[in-house]
Design a protein around this ligand. Sequence first.
Ligand SMILES: Nc1nc2c(ncn2[C@@H]2O[C@H](COP(=O)(O)OP(=O)(O)O)[C@@H](O)[C@H]2O)c(=O)[nH]1
Ligand SMILES: [Mg+2]
Length: 654
Amino acid sequence: MAEPSFNEQFDWHSAWRREMRLRLKVLGDWLREQQLLDDGGEERLQRLTDQLRSDKVMVAFVAEFSRGKSELINAVFFAGYGRRIMPASAGRTTMCPTELGYEAALPPCLRLLPIETRLQPQTLLEWRLVPEKWMRLDLDVNDPDQLANAMQKVSEVMHVTQDEARALGFWHDDRPWDNPPVNAGGAVEVPRWRHALINMAHPLLRQGLVVLDTPGLNAIGAEPELTVNLIPQAQAVVFILGADTGVTKSDLAIWREHLATMEGSAGSRFVVLNKIDTLWDELSSPEQIDRQIARQCADTAQTLSLEAKQVLALSAQKGLLAKVRGDTALLAESQLPRFEQLLGRQVLGARQAMLAGAIGATVARVQTEAERTLGARRREVAEQVLELESLRGKNHQVVRQMRLRVEREKAEFDRSAASVLAVRSVHVKLLRELFMLLGSASIKRELLGLSTTLREPGVKFGVRKAYARGFDNLRGVVREVQRLEREIHTMLASSFRQINTDFGFALQVAEPPTMDRFESDLDAVERSHLQYLGVGNLVQLARPEFADRLVRALLARVRSIFETALGEIELWNKSVSSQLDTQMRERRRAYGRRIDAIQRIQDAASGLERRIAEIAEQEGALDAAEQRLRMLSRDLRHDASAAVPEALPESVSA
Ligand SMILES: Nc1nc2c(ncn2[C@@H]2O[C@H](COP(=O)(O)OP(=O)(O)O)[C@@H](O)[C@H]2O)c(=O)[nH]1
Ligand SMILES: [Mg+2]
C-alpha cells in the first residue's frame, strides 16, 4: 500500500485538528448552556482551542551552502508551482536565514531585515515586533514567476569595508579561511539582509507549518540566536550532505554546532545524503549504483556516529523535476517520497500525540469540575426536597418560621463569606512571591554573574563555570517555585477542608503543575550554548557586540521558558479559585430557590405537593446532564487518542 506523502499527512493532521476544535466547541457550548463551565474551565478550553488552531510545526533545513537545502524545500513544498520558488543554483544563493510561514493578518509578502541591525543589540525576537524596520515586498502568489523573482532578494549581497564586515560578524582575523570573498577593490561581500520572513497562504503553511531555510556555516555562525534558540526549538531539523562532496570539514562543524546537541531533545533530526543522481551513471548497472549509494550512506553514518539506516539518500533536484513533469518513475528513483513519508510520520505523529495528550488532560479536568458542580446541585436539591416534605400537613405559622430560618441561614452564609476572602488574600500573597521568582528581574539577577563574564572585554576564561553557576541558579529558582507551589497547595488544602466542614462543600485542590519540563528545557538551553561555544565560537566572544547578542538571546529564551511556566501556574490557580466561586454561587442560588419555593407556598400560588414534584424532577434533569457530560467527554477523549498511530515508527535518529 502506498504510504501517504508529507502533504497528504499534513492535510490529514489539519483535518484532525479542525475536527477536534469543533468537538471541543460542542462540549464548551453545552457546558456553558448548563452553567457548568467556570472561569478556569473557560480558560483551559480556550487555550487548548488556540493551541489546536495556531500550533506551529517548524522544520529547519540546516547545512553548508550548496548542499541542496533550498532545492529540497522546493521539491517537498513548492513543486505544485511548476518551477523553482526558492532560489537554488550553484554558489551561495540563500544568503540569509529565511522563514516561510503564514500569518492571516498580513498580505502575502516577503519581509527583510537589513543586515545593519546586527550592529544594534536587539534580538531577532525583538525585531519581529518592529515591523517598520523590515523592508516589505508584496507577493503575487498566483504568479509563480513573480514569486520566484521576489525570492531572489534573499540572495542579495552588498560590499563593505573589512572593518564593517568584522563589526557585522562576517570577518575573523583568526579564521581567514572562513572569510567571505573580497573583490579587486578590497571590499568584502556580505549578505544584504539579516533575516527574511515569507508570508504566503500555501496550504501547508496555512495549517501551521513553518519552514526555515538557512545559509551556510559562515552566515549562521554570526547569528547566535539562530543556533541557540530558533533551531533547537524546531520540531525537526534536516541536515543535508552532498553525495558529490561527502562529509567535509565545514559539514562536520555544522553537524556539531546544530545537530549533535539535539540528542534527547523533543525534535527529530534527519540526515539526508542529497544529489544521488550525480552517482547515476550509464556505464554502471543499477545494482552497482545502489551498492555505491549504500557505501556512501555507511561512510557518512560512520563519520557522524550514526547507523547507516539513519541516513536517507535522495535527489532533491530529480524529485522536483519528476513532480513538475509528473514522471512517476523518476520520482521513485529520486527517493524523495521516502523522505517525505518519514518527515510526515515523525513530525506530525509526534505533534498529534502531544495534542491528543493535551486534549485528554483538559477534557478530564473540565469534566471533574463539572461533575463537582453537578454533585453540589444534587445535594442542594435533595435537601430542598426534604425541607419541603417536612412541611406536609403543617400550618402557615410553621411555613413562616421555616422561611425566617432559611433567611437567617442565608444571612449567616453571606457574612461568613468573609472567611473565604481571607483565604484568597493569603493565596494572592503567595502567588505574588511566585510570580516575582519567574519574572524578568529575577532572571537577570540570577544570570548576572554569567552575563558579566560573557560581557567582560577580551578573551574569557571560565565561561563553562560561569554557565554552570548561572544555570544552577536558575534551577534553584525552579526548585523554589516548586516549593512555593507546595506551600500554596498545603495552605489551600487546609483552608478548603475547613470551608468544606463549615459549608458542606466538596472543594478539592488540584495538584500544582510540575516544573520538571521547565527544568529540562533549561538543561537543553545550557547544553546548546556550551555546544555552540565549544565548536570554535568561543573566540567570537572576544567581540563585545557578539557577547552582548549571545547574552540577550539567552535572556530571551529563559524568559520565554519562565513565562510558559507562569502561564501554567496561573491557570492552576485560576481553576482552584473559580472552584470556590462556583460553589459559593451554587449555594447562593440554592438559598434563592428555597426562599422562592416557600414564598410560593405562602402565597398559595402553588400547592406543596406540586412544588415537591417539580423539584424532584430536577434530580432527573441532573442525572441526564451527568450522563451527557460523561458521554461527551468520553467520546472526545477516545477519538482524540484513537486517531494517533498506535506506535510511532522509530525515528531516523531521535
Ligand atoms: N545534481 C544535483 N544537484 C542538486 C541537487 N539538489 C540541489 N542541487 C544543486 O546544487 C546547487 C545548490 O543547491 P541549493 O538548493 O541552492 O543549495 P543550498 O545552498 O543548500 O540551499 C544548485 O545548483 C542545485 O541545483 C540534486 O539532488 N542533484
Ligand atoms: Mg539555499
